[in-house]
Design a protein around this ligand. Structure first.
Ligand code: MF3
Ligand code: CO
Ligand code: CO
Length: 341
């Protein structure tokens, strides 16, 4: 999910960089260049882009008897406003446990297939078939026009990579993000796969991303403000010298894919919502080895780091409880995220 409200300060507001200067006298010019589109971004001839757009295959069909979210028959746009964040009914929570587990099963079943020479679209095909075999709908498919069942984000791709005919290469770092709709609710989870052996910087990035997700989850407790999740993530990642992506955020989830509240992965002062047992949300930090800034490909989906250094992301759907948060996206063999630094 992207968040446009926080993208840039007003021209006369203080600059986001903390210089104390007005934004227009500081980073405004640079930001405009960085956000205008792929061609205004880093020159891939000069800086090593490791990922180029491939060919996107035909959309795969979903059997007509599988219930689909309302946006599918509404041109990809969810009808109605985003519902406020309120504790979910026990019945919704029970269904979310099943949807969350199913999403994680699909994600983990991909692992043996992630190897050099496999295309991201082949992974999409496997995930698509698995999801529909469970009687579920792949939530990204047709969501705001997204053409595939899962997102596959390689190396410098931050998120929302579209599965295509690019083959995985030895040393690639791949995020696969699976969301499915089962029994009227969504489960949303992602992880990083190493294709063979990755370089030491990328390995450290993945380790830090897992630690950041663990820290964010640990802050998701009743009585805490929402911003404390982001603060925990930001403190950890920035202490490691890494950048926290701001434009793409976590979200409430349940009967709606992207519900209130917006879950920031940095300390956002306006995120004062007090967490209560029964709230369900995703925590999905995107951590960059270099700058947190992104550039969009002209496909309108693929977000890459502005410096083309690697990015990593991991995601769980979590339930706020009276004490430690419950991860809804777990299988019997999932290792919950932890600090392995
Ligand atoms: N699963 C992503 C998330 O974590 C959203 C993907 S929606 C798509 O929120 F349209 F980009 F596929
Ligand atoms: Co996701
Ligand atoms: Co999500």
């Amino acid at each position: 999910m992207s968040d446009t409200q926080t993208q840039a300060p007003g021209r006369n507001d203080p600059c986001w960089c903390g210089s104390g200067k007005k934004y227009k006298r500081c980073h405004a010019g640079q930001d405009a260049g960085a956000t205008r589109g792929r061609r205004r971004g880093p020159d891939p001839e000069r800086i090593a882009a490791r990922v180029r757009p491939g060919r996107i295959g035909e959309a795969r069909p979903v059997p007509a008897d599988i219930p689909r979210p309302a946006y599918v028959d509404n041109d990809g746009t969810p009808p109605g406003p985003r519902r406020p964040a309120i504790p979910q009914d026990p019945d919704v929570i029970a269904r979310m446990r099943r949807a969350g587990r199913a999403a994680r099963e699909v994600l983990e079943a991909l692992e043996p297939h992630v190897r050099p020479g496999v295309t991201t679209d082949q992974l999409d095909a496997l995930a698509h078939e698995h999801i529909v075999s469970l009687g579920a709908y792949p939530s990204p498919l047709q969501y705001h026009g997204f053409p595939k069942a899962v997102c596959t984000s390689v190396n410098e791709v931050i998120c929302h990579g579209i599965p295509d005919d690019r083959t995985l290469q030895e040393g690639d770092a791949l995020n696969v993000d699976v969301t499915l709709y089962l029994d009227g609710v969504h489960g949303d989870t992602s992880t990083m796969f190493r294709v063979g052996e990755v370089d030491p910087d990328t390995d450290r990035l993945i380790v830090v991303t897992e630690a950041a997700l663990a820290a964010g989850i640990d802050a998701a407790r009743p009585g805490n403000q929402l911003r404390e999740i982001g603060r925990a993530i930001q403190d950890l990642a920035e202490a490691e010298g890494m950048g926290v992506v701001r434009t793409f955020v976590g979200h409430g989830i349940g009967e709606d894919f992207h519900a209130e509240p917006t879950v920031y992965h940095y300390d956002e002062p306006s995120a004062t919502l007090v967490l209560e047992p029964g709230m369900t949300l995703t925590i999905e930090p995107m951590i960059n080895f270099g700058t947190w800034r992104h550039v969009m490909w002209d496909d309108g989906w693929t977000a890459v780091t502005a410096d083309l250094k690697p990015s990593a992301q991991m995601e769980h759907t979590v339930l706020i409880t009276d004490d430690a948060p419950e991860l809804l996206t777990l299988t019997d063999r999932t290792e919950p995220p932890r600090d392995r630094r």
